[in-house]
Design a protein around this ligand. Structure first.
Ligand SMILES: [Cu+2]
Length: 124
């Protein structure tokens, strides 16, 4: 017995629609991806790490914790700053639109040595 499959334009349209929908799935998952989290500690007179590498347009959350006294965290190029009360995790979202190197620093005087308390965010 030979079964004949008739051309069904409605079915063909629904398959095309499904294929188009499936093609968008990677974009959904990319945009819904959770931001990468990077833990950063601050203590007199150093940030650890003092070099943070990001990809351009990558969505990142810095989890900043001061270990001893009140510190400030500032990235002037990116318009970012936060107070860091000791022992409290402070989340700072960051996303750099262009490649380059951006200085970050402590902007609250925390003792002799404060002036050299800085690091680099390197975006590639
Ligand atoms: Cu300081």
């Amino acid at each position: 017995m030979i079964q004949q499959i008739a051309f069904n334009p409605t079915r063909r349209r629904s398959l095309a629609w499904l294929a188009a929908l499936a093609a968008t799935v990677p974009f959904w998952t990319a945009s819904a991806a959770a931001p990468r989290r990077i833990a950063v500690t601050a203590r007199r007179f150093v940030f650890t790490p003092d070099r943070i590498a990001l990809r351009k347009n990558e969505s990142v959350i810095l989890e900043l914790t001061a270990l001893d006294v009140v510190m400030g965290f500032s990235v002037p190029d990116l318009g970012i700053r936060a107070d860091l009360p000791p022992g409290m995790k402070v989340e700072v979202p960051i996303q750099a639109a262009s490649a380059g190197s951006h200085l970050f620093l402590c902007d609250i005087f925390c003792g002799s040595g404060h002036e050299s308390m800085n690091g680099q965010i390197v975006v590639s």
